[in-house]
Design a protein around this ligand. Structure first.
Ligand SMILES: [Cu+2]
Length: 155
């Protein structure tokens, strides 16, 4: 009997993450291109975790596009972008996706794809919160896009 109760308790704990009330909130999403026909775009936003447990952003999906999580890092004075497998969003904390740091990278864009003003529906995938939709609007490079000026450099 004790075993059955334990299993039931585990099932209840698991279903708590699938009830549609996500503890993840996204604010100020924007997708920036360095220039109109740029081959890549960078997605920026604030990710807030209002829950009491740490969460992990593990993937990003945009239908019809190749998207991944990148981090810009300065290494001996050279700005590099690295693919990251996961970004921790601490309990009752937040993580900024901003120029010079984390961003959603969309690559392989053809001329005319994702014009300024286009709405891009993306899905962020979290370890605990599951799928969280986010709507980016493609914007012209302003202060927000500065960090992507070096993306064509390999060294
Ligand atoms: Cu990038």
């Amino acid at each position: 009997m004790r075993k059955i109760l334990t299993v039931a308790a585990m099932l209840m704990a698991t279903s708590a993450f699938a009830d549609g009330t996500s503890s993840i909130q996204i604010e100020d999403p924007v997708m920036v291109k360095a220039f109109e026909n740029a081959r890549a775009a960078g997605g920026y936003m604030m990710i807030m975790n209002t829950g009491t447990e740490d969460d992990l952003l593990v993937d990003v999906k945009i239908e019809g596009h190749m998207a991944m999580i990148h981090e810009s890092r300065e290494d001996d004075g050279v700005m590099r972008m690295l693919h990251v497998d996961a970004v921790e969003v601490p309990a009752e904390g937040m993580v900024a996706f901003a120029p010079g740091g984390f961003h959603v990278m969309v690559m392989g864009l053809q001329p005319g794809e994702l014009p300024y003003g286009e709405i891009v529906e993306a899905t962020l995938i979290f370890d605990r919160a599951g799928e969280v939709p986010v709507t980016f609007e493609v914007s012209e490079k302003g202060m927000m896009g500065m960090a992507h000026g070096n993306q064509a450099k390999t060294n």
